[in-house]
Ligand binder design. Structure first.
Ligand code: 2P0
Length: 337
């Protein structure tokens, strides 16, 4: 049990994860049930640290990010999440939530996965929910789908769950859990090509893709096959196969978005420049493979001994702003303070 004791104050740390088999689309928006299973690697860089302190007598939640009061959508999502925790705990106290994010400002990397994973672990402890890792994963999912995977170390699969029965049954059925991977020593090299905020939120883009893209259903079907192949590749420690499957799955996801009406296009000329450079690395014998999320930045999976060479090649692509080398990291956990 990660959070069995009632403490009234708790601090948790979580790191981002990058999906190798993507989550794109919800079959239930309220419960954050995804249309497909997904699989990711939790990273060892850019931790988010979140402290939740119950504030008896306070009339509302107070939330800060790196010392500044949270506003707008971010504040609403966190308050809604705390409300869910209060309903489950049977306790009504408002909370003070302080989050320190170490993603370099303007790095163009999403922080909702590490953010809601850290918040779930800290809030569950502060309100005394007594959840195990699976329960924490289900809780984190209600803040942001991808956060369900950052609860775990290294590789994790997030089950889409089923919607046939009651909402409670559906909610219980969708969680992440660790995936065995043998003898893999991967690096993930992150090439930041833009730090501009995205024009279409991933939430809206998912909705539009599901509702209007004729390629969505075929992608969902092929993604299921990709997941089966990915589990086998991880199980036998075959990093080139892991990379190849991840790259085709990501390109397929972007193809479904391009076919949406109107199209959702996250990849920029700079992203394509990085993809060219990855192809060139492969021609030179480096097993490097790319994956891209809801933005123009490109993440490149390769064996750790090749990471510096890959980073150097990506830095040479004209519009690349910064390059970060990550490896598999730890899941969300309580810390002192
Ligand atoms: C993923 N992405 O699997 C996919 C691939 C982006 C592309 O999860 O609406 O911030 O909060 O559940 O988790 C980004 O979406 O969306 C995402 P919500 P989230 O990593």
């Amino acid at each position: 049990l990660l959070s069995a004791q009632r403490t009234d104050i708790a601090t948790a740390v979580a790191q981002p994860n990058i999906a190798l088999i993507k989550y794109w689309g919800k079959k239930d928006e309220r419960l954050f049930l995804p249309r497909t299973d997904s699989l990711s690697m939790t990273l060892d860089i850019f931790p988010t640290t979140t402290r939740v302190r119950l504030a008896p007598g306070a009339g509302q939640d107070r939330v800060t990010f790196n010392g500044e009061p949270a506003t707008g959508d971010a504040e609403r999502r966190i308050t809604a999440f705390l409300q869910l925790v209060r309903e489950r705990s049977g306790r009504g106290e408002r909370a003070r939530v302080d989050t320190e994010n170490t993603v370099p400002t303007g790095a163009g990397l999403a922080s909702s996965a590490s953010g809601f994973a850290a918040l779930a672990v800290a809030a569950a402890a502060a309100y005394g929910l007594g959840l195990d890792a699976r329960g924490l994963s289900r809780l984190a999912r209600r803040g942001s789908g991808s956060a369900s995977r950052s609860i775990f170390d290294g590789f994790a699969v997030w089950h889409a769950g089923h919607t046939g029965g009651t909402p409670e049954e559906a909610d219980l059925s969708s969680y992440a859990e660790p995936v065995p991977a043998v003898d893999l020593d991967p690096a993930l090299v992150v090439a930041v090509v833009s730090s501009a905020p995205k024009e279409v939120s991933s939430r809206e883009a998912m909705r539009r893709t599901m509702d209007t893209s004729p390629l969505y259903e075929p992608w969902a079907v092929s993604s299921r096959a990709d997941l089966t192949d990915m589990r086998a590749a991880l199980g036998r420690g075959d990093l080139p196969a892991v990379g190849e499957i991840a790259e085709r799955n990501a390109l397929g996801m972007h193809a479904t978005m391009l076919a949406a009406r109107p199209a959702v296009r996250y990849l920029s000329p700079a992203s394509l420049g990085v993809l060219d450079s990855v192809l060139q690395l492969r021609r030179e014998g480096v097993p490097a493979y790319a994956t891209m999320d809801a933005g123009p930045n490109v993440k490149v999976l390769c064996p750790r001994p090749d990471a510096e060479r890959v980073a150097e090649a990506l830095r040479a692509v004209a519009p690349v702003g910064s390059v970060h080398i990550a490896g598999p990291g730890r899941g969300a956990r309580l810390v002192a303070g």
